[in-house]
Design a protein around this ligand. Structure first.
Ligand SMILES: [Mg+2]
Length: 234
């Protein structure tokens, strides 16, 4: 582990992000999308459609996180914007088309190879462990079951069940309270500099950035960074 500000001696709890930290969300979207798109017969390059999908996902998912629209509505907004030439004005039709993608996405879910060991290691170190994720409670728990990570018995705190999503401090404080740990004795481990690291620090926790792709080689000063969950040392 590199960086500054690590306070392992005071540590009593750890929160892990789920998507792109424990579970390969982006890889699953990419693989699922290619299968789904293959059956749609769209014009244009596959790469462009994939990039467009990710851009729409980011935009509308964030709107849901800010409570501007509902969970189902963000899905409908995404599918309508993604397929502008299809008549998806009827909610049931939009839901049905989105379900086609969802089935391919779910089939592609997989945990990162280091994820199970990271959860087990933190538990063995005597830490209180939780998963704090910006997502839907039912969907995220389903993801843990299907990827095998539910076997560790770690509680999931999804934003749909919280007063607010990360990086709002209330998300971190509610998760810490549920684990019975003080924010000052907890660390958030995640792949998002804004949601997981800066959000955690603003809430009084430590934050560790998981940078699997080396996107933050020139990391902001003072940010603790790991390239793999195997680099976490408690
Ligand atoms: Mg993430």
């Amino acid at each position: 582990m590199t960086g500054t500000g690590w306070r392992a001696s005071k540590l009593t709890g750890v929160l892990f992000d789920l998507d792109d930290t424990l579970v390969d969300h982006r890889g699953a979207v990419d693989r699922g999308l290619r299968v789904w798109l293959g059956g749609l017969g769209l014009d244009g390059s596959l790469e462009e459609h994939v990039e467009r999908w990710f851009a729409l996902e980011t935009h509308h998912y964030e709107r849901w996180q800010r409570r501007e629209i509902g969970f189902r509505e963000q899905r409908r907004a995404r599918i309508r914007a993604f397929l502008p030439h299809c008549d998806l004005r009827d909610d049931a039709v939009a839901d049905d088309v989105f379900a086609g993608f969802l089935a391919c996405y779910r089939a592609a879910w997989s945990a990162f190879a280091d994820a199970g060991r990271a959860l087990a290691g933190a538990l063995e170190a005597g830490l209180r462990v939780g998963i704090l994720t910006n997502g839907d409670q039912v969907a995220q728990e389903d993801k843990l079951r299907r990827t095998g990570l539910a076997t560790y018995g770690v509680p999931v705190f999804a934003s749909s069940s919280l007063p607010a999503a990360k990086p709002d401090p209330r998300a971190f404080h509610r998760a810490c309270a549920a684990l019975g740990v003080e924010p000052a004795g907890a660390v958030m481990v995640g792949d998002s500099l804004r949601h997981d690291v800066r959000g955690a620090r603003a809430a009084g926790l430590e934050g560790v950035l998981v940078d699997r792709l080396g996107r933050y080689d020139r990391r902001p000063a003072g940010v603790t960074r790991v390239r793999s969950l195997a680099d976490l040392a408690w």
